[in-house]
Design a protein around this ligand. Structure first.
Ligand code: GLN
Length: 505
């Protein structure tokens, strides 16, 4: 193994320690990752654009700080892959859409600013389903990303560029956003840890809005501790986002460290019957259920008490989500009007504004985005609003009540993160409902605004499976504690430390 390949397979914690000790410079670490991107991103297509100059300049700033004797943050100098839904000052941001080609944001998202302030090096912007609508990156306006475990399979979506980058060794850390599952599902199918924070736990200022009542940004890592460190970097109250919660950030790093000891004595783990349990296993791959079942046994072995819980309204989550999210999207996407951002088609000085707007939206949006705008506009239209949008909001309340009842009986709830392992590219592109089914397990926590993490539980037919751990609002630390315990117990059992350490094939 060359020095450069060991840098790109290390954890963020390991890399940061090497930099802090002066054993390697941040510039060397960044260069090693840029080299890796140059050699492997042709196959993975994780990045939409790589910011070589910006990354090297940020790395150099960390090296200068260290040389000046300034103290470095815990992730200083560690490279990161940033989903292209997050705006970056001076760096083109498209949200995976052709309609935004050429748009250079004049400001940084709050999370971008926090990442930079922590000395984390942004390597570039990652591919995604257009406006975060999808589960495979196949709805990207710029072609799909590929799963490093099997290049003919999806890396999940919509944050699939970030998951492909982190799983493929192009970056130790990644940022995704999760509206209905877009961090947890890609983490699951690429063997990573991915967390959707409590709604309001991480600022949405500077995220290109898809569904404002659901969108949350969150971290990807190869280990629970790396993921927790990135979570603490980006989380916390922000005056620029009125939905951000003015409360202390849950102590997720301490929880990840505490969980690694592997003791779950007294913890009540609720296995959600409606998410793959007896009588509810349709559409779930047996290998996924077996792997998740083994993880539950591991938790029992660590002292947890396992109970079965029933959440009868979870079965309506998919229907409710696919009314609420498109409704909010139809309104949010109205801002792409051919005037303010990016693409403008047919502006010949003769055509009127309406026609230019129509031509631009026709050319700039892909088919899934158009489908969602139509569904959402219909669901919100007068005469149908109560029957569709209003009804879906009532279902949302019932799902929150299911969670409240279940959290009376259990401290955390568990399920598969997604019903199947990574499916082949192209397998679901002709069938939107099959694509939507990838989110069956992740949608309830999205609708309730509660935190959930996906942690690798093992392999099925050589492909990664994710265990989802859900906790009550603001108890994100519980997700990390339990995930760390599962991770350390499974690592001990497997005899090798990191599930993700796989050659690209
Ligand atoms: N796959 C879901 C959708 O298409 C969720 C996307 C997301 O979380 N951004 O809407």
């Amino acid at each position: 193994m060359t020095a450069s390949s060991s840098l790109t397979s290390g954890t963020a914690v390991e890399i940061a320690a090497l930099i802090a000790a002066g054993e390697v410079s941040a510039v060397e670490v960044t260069q090693a990752h840029l080299d890796r991107i140059a050699s492997d991103d042709g196959a993975l297509h994780a990045f939409l654009r790589v910011d070589t100059d910006g990354a090297l300049a940020s790395a150099k700033a960390v090296d200068d700080q260290r040389a000046a004797g300034e103290s470095l943050g815990p992730l200083a100098g560690v490279p990161l892959a940033l989903k292209d839904v997050v705006v970056t000052r001076g760096l083109e941001t498209t949200s995976g859409s052709k309609i935004l080609v050429g748009w250079i944001p004049p400001y940084d998202a709050t999370i971008t600013a926090r990442i930079k302030a922590a000395g984390i090096v942004i390597l570039g912007k990652t591919n995604m389903d257009e406006f975060a609508m999808g589960s495979s990156t196949e709805n990207s306006g710029f072609g799909p990303s590929h799963n490093p475990w099997d290049l003919d399979r999806i890396p999940g979506g919509s944050s699939g560029g970030s998951s492909a980058a982190v799983a493929g060794g192009l970056a130790p850390l990644g940022i995704g956003t999760d509206t209905g599952g877009s961090i947890r599902q890609p983490a699951a199918v690429t063997g990573l840890v991915g967390h959707k924070p409590t709604y309001g736990g991480v600022s949405r200022y500077g995220l290109i809005a898809f569904s404002s009542s659901l969108d949350q940004a969150g971290p990807f890592g190869r280990t629970v501790l790396d993921t927790a460190l990135l979570h603490e970097t980006i989380a916390g109250h922000d005056l620029s986002d009125s939905t951000s919660i003015p409360a202390p950030v849950p102590p997720v790093v301490a929880a990840a460290r505490a969980g690694a000891s592997g003791d779950l004595t007294g913890l009540r783990v609720g296995v959600v019957r409606e998410l793959g349990g007896h009588g509810f296993a349709d559409g779930y791959e047996p290998g996924v259920l077996t792997s998740v079942g083994e993880a539950v046994e591991v938790m029992a072995g660590l002292g947890a008490e396992i109970v079965e819980v029933s959440c009868p309204h979870f079965g309506y989550a998919l229907a409710a989500y696919y009314l609420i999210a498109p409704s909010e999207a139809s309104s949010n996407l109205a801002r792409f009007d051919a005037v303010r951002y990016g693409l403008r088609v047919g502006d010949d000085g003769v055509r009127g504004l309406d026609e230019v707007m129509a031509l631009t939206r026709q050319a700039g949006f892909g088919p899934e985005v158009k489908r969602r705008i139509m569904i959402g506009t219909y669901a919100l239209s007068s005469g149908y609003y109560e029957a569709y949008y209003g009804q879906a909001q009532k279902v949302r309340t019932l799902i929150s009540r299911d969670f409240a009842a279940a959290f009376g009986a259990a401290d955390v709830l568990v399920s598969p993160s997604t019903p199947t392992v990574a499916f082949p590219l192209g397998a679901r592109t002709d069938n939107p409902l099959a694509m939507y089914a990838a989110d069956l397990c992740t949608l309830p926590a999205s609708l309730a605004g509660t935190p959930a993490i996906s942690v690798p539980s093992g392999l099925s037919d050589g492909l990664p499976v994710g265990l989802q751990i859900m906790a009550p609002a603001l108890a994100d630390d519980r997700c990390y504690r339990v995930a760390a315990a599962v991770e350390s117990a499974l690592d001990a059992r497997r005899g090798h430390p990191l599930l993700h350490e796989i050659p690209i094939r």
